[in-house]
Write a protein that binds this ligand. Structure first.
Ligand code: ARG
Length: 466
């Protein structure tokens, strides 16, 4: 370490400085408190960079070996919790480099040849977001497996299907759960798409313009699992669209999670009473002894605040920034870390809750038959059997519902005489479609709620998720 470190206050960039930074400058500038999470990525990037420098003849074999050994030691210190993270070295990049200097001496100063913190941080952050996407896909797959297993057990479990949160037509619980399997499948696809697009290496962009050293960007890119190097050094150091894209996918996923969470909240109320959660996924009230609250579902429902907050926050950081690097971009990390932490916890807790929940089949079946939910089936029967135009059948059925309501009966319990009064051609056969089970079983169109259709989709997803 050279330079006037006593007066400049910064041994790594203080050459032209003669005074220490103000305490407030230090406070606003320092990022080690949060970017220490990039330690693993920073070491991986330095390893790949040093190996490439050595191969290109820019770094001697001896210096490369010393650097590699020092990085190994630092990795162990970090794993052991003994690495000294120091505010005076600002960020993770300079903390690692300073420690490397303490461990191996002067050779450490050669690691930063043909590199800048600008491409270094772009690389580290990209590697972090790439792993976050991979982890999220795994977590989504685990959630989908839990949903598919529950759906397989409930392919014939009847429940009301809703529109406007009013009972609409009977569906099966398995069908309802499988709807979320589709949504989470698209979410996983979005993370995979984002990953594929972000999988180019910014390393070697240097500060912004590239470097005069004969580096091999293809080699370092390959060592870090990238498809290749980014083709424009200005772009390499200055865009964070990869993080925004991942956060957008996280935001959509959080919307899906919040809808399922909201349904769990509704279904566990005594008013719905469709499902039960065990003590493992509920909490009690400190004052009302009868209560079992679905706190995990409520918190999942709320996590979108942090996730969309992260997306919004980084969007505003990036908007209108001139090329290339600006320190504004240091503000990319906290919102991204927080959003993915929230998403991870929400996905894991949702998976646990899905495995835990048990349907209250009698209550669901009773609700499936309530509210004249098979009225559409009566109308369809009139169309199919008597060749009555659908609009007219709709009108006749409305009259039947009105009559049943006046008599305090379900449609299936309406005497045949009442039905014949509406149209003399109606026969006893009609009762075959008026029960919720018959209604659900008749919905055999592709993707429909009939138990056989649900079982077919369960089998398809079991194959995909194997
Ligand atoms: N801590 C910085 C960040 O997160 C690293 C890059 C700093 N580059 C610079 N030229 N000051 O963005």
């Amino acid at each position: 370490m050279t330079g006037d470190s006593k007066t400049s206050g910064h041994s790594l960039w203080g050459g032209r400085f003669s005074a220490k930074p103000d305490a407030l400058m230090q406070a606003i500038n320092v990022s080690i408190g949060f970017d220490k999470r990039l330690a693993g990525e920073d070491i991986a990037g330095s390893r790949a960079h040093a190996a490439m420098l050595a191969k290109a003849g820019i770094l001697s074999a001896a210096d490369a070996a010393a650097i590699a050994g020092g990085l190994d030691k630092i990795e162990h210190e970090i794993a052991a919790g003994s690495f000294p993270f120091r505010d005076e070295f600002e960020d993770i990049h300079m903390n690692v480099e300073a420690r490397l200097g303490e461990i191996i001496g002067a050779a450490s100063g050669r690691l930063h040849t043909a590199r800048s913190r600008n491409d270094q941080v772009a690389l580290d952050f990209r590697l972090w977001v790439r792993s976050a996407c991979d982890r999220t896909v795994e977590q989504l797959i685990a959630l989908q497996r839990a949903l598919v297993a529950k759906a397989a057990d409930n392919a014939d479990t009847l429940m009301p299907g809703f529109t406007h949160l009013q009972a609409a037509q009977p569906v099966t619980f398995g069908h309802h759960l499988m709807a979320y399997v589709e949504m989470f499948g698209r979410d996983a696809g979005r993370f995979a798409d984002a990953r594929a697009r972000m999988n180019e290496s910014p390393l070697g962009s240097a500060a912004l313009a590239g470097t005069s050293f004969p580096i091999d960007r293809h080699m370092s890119a390959q060592a870090l699992g990238f498809d290749g190097p980014m083709a424009n050094s200005l772009d390499g150091v200055s865009d964070r669209d990869f993080a925004l894209e991942a956060l957008s996918a996280a935001n959509l996923c959080a919307i899906h999670l919040s809808r399922l969470a909201e349904e769990i909240v509704l279904w566990t109320t005594p008013q719905f009473n469709f499902i039960r959660l065990s003590d493992a996924f509920t909490t009690g009230s400190s004052i009302m002894p009868q209560k079992k609250n679905p706190d995990a579902a409520e918190l999942i429902r709320a996590k979108i605040g942090r996730i969309m907050g992260g997306l919004t926050s980084l969007t505003l950081v990036m908007k209108g920034l001139p090329l290339a690097y600006g320190k504004d971009m240091q503000e990319d990390k906290v919102p991204t870390f927080e959003a993915f932490d929230a998403l991870e916890l929400a996905l894991l807790a949702m998976t646990g809750m899905i495995e835990d929940l048990q349907p209250n089949k009698p209550a669901m079946a009773a609700a499936a038959g309530a509210g004249f939910a098979t009225a559409t089936d009566l109308a369809d029967w009139l169309v199919r059997t008597l060749n009555i135009p659908f609009r007219e059948a709709h009108h006749l059925t409305g009259a039947a519902v009105k009559r049943a309501e006046a008599l305090g009966l379900d449609l299936a319990d309406l005497p045949i005489a009442e039905l014949k009064a509406l149209d003399g051609r109606i026969t006893e056969d009609v009762y075959g479609v008026l029960t919720p089970a018959a209604s659900a079983a008749s919905r055999t169109s592709y993707g429909g709620t009939a138990p056989d259709q649900v079982r077919a989709q369960v089998a398809r997803w079991q194959e995909i998720l194997r």
